[in-house]
Design a protein around this ligand. Structure first.
Ligand SMILES: CC(C)(COP(=O)([O-])OP(=O)([O-])OC[C@H]1O[C@@H](n2cnc3c(N)ncnc32)[C@H](O)[C@@H]1OP(=O)([O-])[O-])[C@@H](O)C(=O)NCCC(=O)NCCSC(=O)C[C@@](C)(O)CC(=O)[O-]
Length: 365
């Protein structure tokens, strides 16, 4: 069943939040990971990637236990050619029950394309769309050719149509820390734009550290400002790992009460409008980092798909780190590079060492 979140309901939630400031530390230990690798991870790749490969990536991620996957985008093929085949990708998805597939849309024209596709398919390949804007006019212009105010005015009817069609709508605010075109960002802009997206009817706003410039201190400063108006349960963190601070930023956001984080398997990605920024934090690194104890036991002990001592502190659902590590290596190999996931590499190196030890032991028999 597709859930819809009427704009009125969100607006009243927001009014409630204004009256009752959010508690700093949420108590739930359930963490949701949205893998944006098939979209954010691949959109900047210079060489065309076949829809069958993208669909295989999505299918593997779902089989690895991820329950939220951003499968692609319906955007201008002139500006982001890599996403041109998203309709075909969606036709090749093998849906895994209870898995939420979504796509990005910037304007009514592209939402109409999505709705046309959905009207001809049962069950629908996606249940959610994401709209996006920015905390600076300079980035909004570079990314979507309009200012923030123009983009919000353009998105309001898009969100209404999507909700009317029974889709969930997620919002993104880019460049929450620094903008590649206009420098340091005023956290009050992040707060105001996030509030507008929620008032339109987005069920959640993902805060994008697009350049990966964030540190725990700067992320905390933004969250403190945003949380003046918005319940943190309506926020997600989207941290690029350009400076190696993404996991520390996630921990900061977790302490602050956020429970949803975007990540890319293998650390894929980079935004076409953020020169030099690297991929999102690797999904494998987030999963490893949020486990209660090491995946590994004493030296020589075999792998376990669950932590060796206590259960995970954070409940990540049925997600499998070994499978994610294999997927990160597989897709990175297709792109002609190594996975950038530290946890993925560590898992694969240890597995290889154990394979060699087993081979030696076999040879001795
Ligand atoms: C929004 C649309 C659909 C509007 O594109 P459009 O529908 O073609 O707009 P238009 O009808 O207003 O176009 C008028 C003219 O502006 C041009 N134009 C159009 N766009 C641009 C542009 N960007 N820069 C410069 N010029 C542009 C366009 O080409 C045309 O010129 P003409 O062809 O007639 O000579 C288009 O700009 C687009 O598809 N942009 C791509 C957006 C995108 O996919 N960005 C990456 C995803 S967002 C992201 O990665 C961030 C996120 C979500 O991951 C979070 C984070 O990390 O921050």
């Amino acid at each position: 069943m597709i859930h819809s979140f009427p704009a009125r309901q969100i607006a009243s939630t927001l009014r409630g939040n204004l009256r009752h400031p959010p508690s700093r530390f949420a108590s739930s230990n359930s963490v949701r990971i949205v893998d944006v690798g098939p979209r954010d991870g691949l959109q900047n790749e210079p060489r065309p990637i076949a829809p069958s490969i993208k669909a295989e990536l999505i299918n593997r991620l779902a089989r690895a236990g991820l329950r939220d996957i951003e499968a692609g985008s319906f955007v201008s093929p002139k500006w982001v050619p890599q996403m041109a085949g998203t309709a075909e990708v969606l036709s090749l998805i093998e849906p895994v029950p209870n898995t939420n597939y979504s796509v990005l849309v910037p304007t009514q024209k592209y939402l109409d394309d999505v709705l046309a596709l959905l009207s001809g398919s049962s069950p629908p390949p996606i249940t959610e769309v994401a709209v996006f804007t920015s905390a600076t006019d300079a980035f909004a212009k570079a990314n979507t050719n309009v200012t923030i105010a123009e983009s919000l005015a353009r998105l309001a009817p898009v969100v209404r149509s999507a909700l009317g069609a029974g889709l969930k709508v997620r919002g993104y605010v880019s460049v929450i820390i620094t903008c590649p075109y206009s420098g340091r960002v005023d956290p009050r802009r992040v707060r105001d734009v996030s509030r507008e997206l929620l008032q339109m009817g987005c069920y959640e706003v993902s805060l994008g550290d697009t350049t990966g410039a964030g540190t725990p201190a700067s992320v905390r400063a933004v969250l403190e400002e945003v949380a003046k108006d918005i319940d943190v349960s309506l926020l997600a963190g989207h941290f690029h790992d350009t400076n190696g601070t993404a996991l520390a930023n996630i921990q900061t956001a977790l302490d602050f009460g956020l429970r949803t984080f975007d990540a890319s398997v293998g650390g894929l990605g980079g935004c076409p409008y953020s020169p030099g920024a690297t991929g999102n934090v690797a999904t494998e690194d987030v999963v490893y980092g949020l486990m209660g104890e090491s995946l590994y036991g004493e030296v020589g002990e075999p792998y376990s798909d669950t932590p060796v001592v206590n259960g995970p502190i954070w409940d990540l659902g049925p997600v499998s780190l070994p499978l994610l590590a294999e997927i990160g290596a597989w897709i990175s190999g297709i792109l002609g590079r190594e996975t950038t996931s530290r946890a993925g590499k560590a898992y694969l190196a240890r597995k290889e060492r154990e394979r060699k030890l087993a081979e030696k032991a076999q040879a001795k028999l």
